[in-house]
Design a protein around this ligand. Structure first.
Ligand code: AMP
Ligand code: ZN
Length: 118
């Protein structure tokens, strides 16, 4: 399921260029265009789910896949090992939750501090 007007659906489809980090059957990951940290990428489901607020029980395996991918991709992209290194994981939901793009996405941020934000 895709949303023709959604910027992240267009990135998945290759209609908008991105710096890809990972792709498989269920998810796509790419660098954030406006990074807060030395390493900042997004993991998104290929399914157009607007936010965590729309999650249903059938999305549990997909969310588990995204969560278990996070540390693997963080290491792949150069985040230093836990516990001295590590990474931050953020999912914003809704306007008051700070969400700007309404296609569910997990921010992964890492690298040496200070960061621009966060
Ligand atoms: P959020 O505020 O949680 O909805 O985060 C949306 C994120 O998407 C922001 O950090 C943006 O910098 C990022 N973003 C928006 N457009 C693009 C794009 N074309 N390519 C990569 N990242 C983007
Ligand atoms: Zn979408």
């Amino acid at each position: 399921m895709i949303d023709e007007k959604c910027i992240f659906c267009k990135i998945i489809a290759g209609k908008i260029p991105s710096r890809k980090v990972h792709e498989d059957e269920h998810v796509f990951a790419f660098h954030d265009i406006n990074p807060w940290a030395p390493i900042h990428f997004l993991i998104i489901p290929k399914l157009h789910i607007p936010s965590l607020a729309q999650l249903a029980p059938e999305h549990a395996a997909l969310m588990g896949h995204m969560m278990t991918l996070a540390p693997k991709l963080a290491a792949q992209e150069g985040c230093n090992p836990y516990p001295e290194g590590g990474f931050r994981t953020v999912i914003n939901s809704g306007t008051e939750g700070g969400q700007e793009v309404h296609h569910l996405h997990m921010h992964i941020m890492g690298g040496p501090r200070p960061w621009l934000r966060g």
